[in-house]
Ligand binder design. Structure first.
Ligand SMILES: Nc1ncnc2c1ncn2[C@@H]1O[C@H](COP(=O)(O)OP(=O)(O)O)[C@@H](O)[C@H]1O
Ligand SMILES: [Mg+2]
Length: 327
């Protein structure tokens, strides 16, 4: 895990995001994100995981202020960014945060060449010298496994995997302090997914990138994240280091999500039991309300006090078992 004791680059606190979906006849509010809090520290990859519709994209879009929060706070390098949108705040956010989107066809302007797409951010950042910009574009193209000869081409001339490389190049060329990658490989063929993940992993190490990595299952973030936040129906249910999430998952939803990931070992794959998360059966919050509680150092679970007590006991027992096994 990276420097958890340093100041976070991004700090999300009690974030709420609602959508008004009123019709002519009915008032309706969708609570897409419900009181979530997490920090992203310099040099780490924080994986935000949960099934489709749980609020991951909405969270990402709110951080870059495509949406405004209904409540809570978001700070970037300690500066609050939820206030009224000014030109200066827009510039502050876009010069600090880059996005990598799921759908590269939609996110790359079809009428712009690759050089124009990648160079746009550099110009916004204030670079003026044409040759300087071009050299930076060529260098970044080579870094993501493309060639300088491809700079004059248009997005439709590339494969899905190559377009995602272009999206990555556009994101990193401006040296952002945070990258939000929203399911960057979900739309790609499985064989291409590994290549793009490996590329991101190499770049992450080489450039010491800080990434908020959004995914809908735990298998993609397994090789990629330092810490993981598990989201369900707009809420964060468990936040811990990757090792802890895989070795000591406590929330029943995290366990269900883990059980959904295929196991590369055929024997354990045969034994894999799919768990189903049924909140009404798992929890009784009628007397005790749940909240984010720490069950071991930096391992947080959305639970009532009595649930947390059980998780803590289980945790201690497991640690003891593992220590005995090692002896
Ligand atoms: N612009 C919008 N207007 C109304 N509801 C929305 C909008 N965007 C997202 N939602 C709703 O918010 C919830 C979370 O969506 P989203 O953040 O896209 O989930 P995820 O990225 O985890 O799949 C869903 O119920 C979705 O229908
Ligand atoms: Mg999404």
């Amino acid at each position: 895990m990276k420097e958890l004791n340093s100041n976070p680059i991004l700090s999300v606190k009690n974030l709420n995001i609602s959508f008004n979906t009123n019709t002519k006849f009915k008032k309706h509010i969708v609570k897409a994100v419900d009181d979530i809090s997490f920090d992203v520290y310099p040099g780490e990859t924080f994986g935000l995981v949960g099934e489709s519709g749980c609020g991951k994209t909405t969270t990402g879009r709110c951080i870059i202020r495509l949406y405004s929060p209904s409540g809570g706070s978001i700070t970037l390098h300690g500066r609050e960014i939820t206030g009224p949108m000014t030109k200066e705040l827009r510039r502050y956010i876009s010069s600090n945060i880059s996005m990598i989107f799921q759908d590269s066809m939609e996110s790359l302007n079809p009428r712009m060449t690759i050089a124009e797409i990648i160079g746009e951010g550099l110009r916004v950042k204030g670079l003026k010298d044409k040759n300087d910009i071009l050299e930076k574009i060529y260098a970044i193209l080579e870094k993501v496994g493309l060639t300088r000869e491809q700079a004059g081409r248009y997005p439709h001339e590339f494969s899905g995997g190559q377009r995602q490389r272009i999206g990555i190049a556009r994101a990193i060329v401006v040296a952002p302090s945070l990258i939000i990658a929203d399911e960057p490989v979900s739309a790609l063929d499985v064989s291409i997914q590994a290549q793009v993940i490996n590329l991101l992993n190499d770049l992450k190490k080489e450039l010491n990138l800080t990434i908020l990595f959004i995914a809908h299952n735990l298998s993609v973030v397994k090789y990629f994240s330092d810490r993981i936040g598990v989201m369900y129906c707009g809420r964060l249910l468990e936040v811990a280091s990757k090792e802890e999430i895989y070795q000591y998952p406590y929330h029943p939803y995290t366990r269900a999500l883990l059980s959904a990931s295929p196991n590369p070992n055929p024997l354990s794959e045969k034994r894999r039991e799919r768990l189903v998360y049924e909140p009404a059966k798992e929890h009784d919050y009628s007397a005790e309300k749940p909240e984010m509680l720490e069950i071991s150092e930096n391992h947080l679970i959305f639970a009532s006090q009595s649930e947390a007590e059980q998780y803590r006991k289980l945790y201690e027992r497991r640690i003891e078992n593992d220590t005995n096994k090692k002896c």
